[in-house]
Design a protein around this ligand. Structure first.
Ligand code: PEP
Ligand code: MN
Length: 341
């Protein structure tokens, strides 16, 4: 930790801080420059947690040296993590050389719908099936998902197609069910800072797909991942899905800046959801290609057999043939950057 002192800090102010720091069990190193005096604090930064250094007279600012998202940071693990899970059709990896494509409807609606979409996206090359059974809708009057019946349909589809399944958890009471049926647990944007939910999935050993909150900074996002890691679950994949900005022409603003920034800050795999990121079908494919070009380890795409009658997010869902066309373009982009799909 580095403490920058104000130009008018007195000798008594400095001595007072030094005494207190020594009392907390750390050492100090004073460095007097022509303009400014800086106090370095030497020793485990943990001992300074919750200590109000910035409140001391004479202190201008306090700068931590370690990242607050310690377990998620590259300082903790130098190589990129690969989240791997066994699936009926073979192991699936996120974070390896291959770009992982997750596809499926926003919500599970009927048996025919989920099975039909799953078969089609699998044929087109998707590695994971998405589908919400518990839907966190903005309006309480909108379709809330099929709940447990939706999980049953996902389990049946998984058996039929061999595709592993990712589905959203919105309530800690449903964790046991979702753990039983799904290969990966999604924590949605609206729950990114639901700390009790994060702690519960942190105790689970299932891979977690953590989506960025719509008003969360990249640092907030990493701190939420830290909650899961700090409970012992390191199988976490981050998903950029667009943030709220002043722009109204699109549903959200897909923050592709987050991809290279996250890739520098954390060892966790990073994927992008352009469907929620832009919210309009015609623009989903270009942003998916851009996400892979920017270095994303995967994309998550909403796909529907009949978007015009979808019970949620039809306007941003690709038709089956559009998804197939996107897959072949994704292969080209992946190849251009030395990866594959
Ligand atoms: C979803 O994936 O269908 C979803 C609700 O996403 P988000 O949490 O990003 O809004
Ligand atoms: Mn959706």
């Amino acid at each position: 930790m580095i403490v920058v002192l104000k130009p008018d800090a007195t000798e008594a102010d400095i001595a007072h801080i030094q005494q207190q720091v020594v009392h907390w069990g750390l050492q100090t190193h004073l460095s007097r420059g022509a303009q400014r005096t800086i106090l370095g604090i030497i020793g485990p930064e943990d001992l300074l947690r919750e200590k109000p250094l910035a409140a001391f007279p004479g202190v201008e600012s306090v700068m931590p040296i370690l990242k607050p998202y310690r377990l998620a940071s590259f300082e903790f693990r130098q190589a990129g993590s690969v989240v791997t899970f066994a699936a009926p059709g073979g192991a699936v990896e996120i974070g390896g050389k291959r770009v992982t494509v997750i596809a499926g409807p926003c919500s599970v609606e009927t048996r025919e719908q989920i099975l039909g979409i799953a078969r089609s996206v699998k044929n087109s090359g998707a590695s994971l099936l998405r589908g919400g059974a518990f839907k966190p809708r903005t309006s309480p009057y909108s379709f809330q998902g099929l709940g447990l019946e939706g999980l049953d349909l996902l389990a049946e589809t998984r058996r039929e197609t061999g595709l592993p399944v990712v589905t959203e958890l919105i309530d800690t009471r449903d964790l046991a069910h979702i753990e039983k049926y799904a290969d990966m647990i999604q924590i949605g944007a609206r729950n990114m800072q639901n700390y009790s939910l994060l702690k519960e999935v942190g105790k689970s050993r299932k891979p977690v797909l953590l989506k960025r909150g719509m008003s969360a900074t990249i640092k907030d996002f990493l701190m939420s991942a830290e909650y899961i890691l700090s409970e012992g679950n390191f199988n976490v994949v981050l998903c950029e899905r667009g943030i709220r900005t002043f722009e109204t022409m699109t549903r959200n603003t897909l923050d592709l800046n987050a991809v290279p920034v996250l890739k520098r800050e954390t060892h966790l795999p990073v994927i992008v959801d352009p469907s929620h990121g832009i919210g309009l079908r015609d623009f989903v494919s270009p942003m998916a290609l851009a996400a892979v070009a920017a270095g994303a380890d995967g994309v998550m795409i909403e796909v529907h057999n009949a978007p015009e009658s979808a019970l949620s997010d039809g306007e941003q869902s690709l038709r089956l043939q559009e998804f197939e066309a996107l897959m072949s373009r994704l292969r080209g982009v992946a190849e251009a950057i030395g990866r594959s799909v």
